[in-house]
Design a protein around this ligand. Sequence first.
Ligand SMILES: Cc1ncc(CN)c(N)n1
Length: 223
Amino acid sequence: MMFTDELQREAAPIIDAIYEDDFIQGIIKGNIDKEAIRHYLKADHLYLNEFAKIYSLLIAKLNNKEDIRFLLDQIDFVINGEVSAHYTMADYVGEDYEAIIAGGEWYPSSDHYIKHMYYNAYKYDDASYTICAMAPCPYVYQQLALKIQANHDLTDNPLKEWVDFYAVNMSELMNRLNNWVNRFAETTTEENRDILRRNFLESCIHEKRFFDMAYRQEEWFYV
Ligand SMILES: Cc1ncc(CN)c(N)n1
C-alpha cells in the first residue's frame, strides 16, 4: 500500500464525520441557513487566495518544468475556476457575490488552517510537507461530493451545482500530489513520515472545523 493510500484510509472517518455535520447535511437538504453560506463565502474566498499563494511558494521548491507548469495551472484554477462554485452559493443567498464577500476575515478556524499550511511552506525545504497540509483541500471536497451524489438525487436542489463542481475528476491533481509525497516518503525517515501523516490528518480536521465555523458563524470577538 502506498503511503498516501494509508493517509486516505486514516482520513475516512473524519470525512464521514464532516458528511454528517450540519453544514453538509444542510447542503444535501438544500435548506442550509443563508447566513452560514454568507460566512463560508467570506472566509473561503480569502482561504483560496492564500491557497494559491502557497502554491506559488512551492514553485520555488521544484525544478521540473512540467511540475512547475502544473502548479501554475492549479493557481489559475483556484483563482479563476473555483469562483464558479462560489457563484452558485451566492445565487442561493440571493445577493451579489462581491457584496457578500466584502469584509470577510480569517476567522479563528480558517486562520488556524491557513497558518498550518504557511508554517510547513516556510519551515521545510521539501514541498511534500506542505503538499500533505494542502492535499485535503481538493481531496476532502471531492470525497464529500462523490458521497453526496451516490446517496442523493439533487435534482431541484439549489446547491446541486456546488456539489457537481467538486465531484469532477480530480485524479490528475491527486495523482500528482500523491506521487510527490510517495516519492519523498519512500526515502525519508519514519519520524518525517509521521510529520507528513499528521499534516494531512490535521488538515482534514481543519476542513471539518472550517464548515463548522461557517455553520456557527464564528467570529474573533463576541463582546
Ligand atoms: C476550506 C476549503 N477547503 C477546500 C476547498 C476546495 N478546494 C475549499 N474551497 N475551501
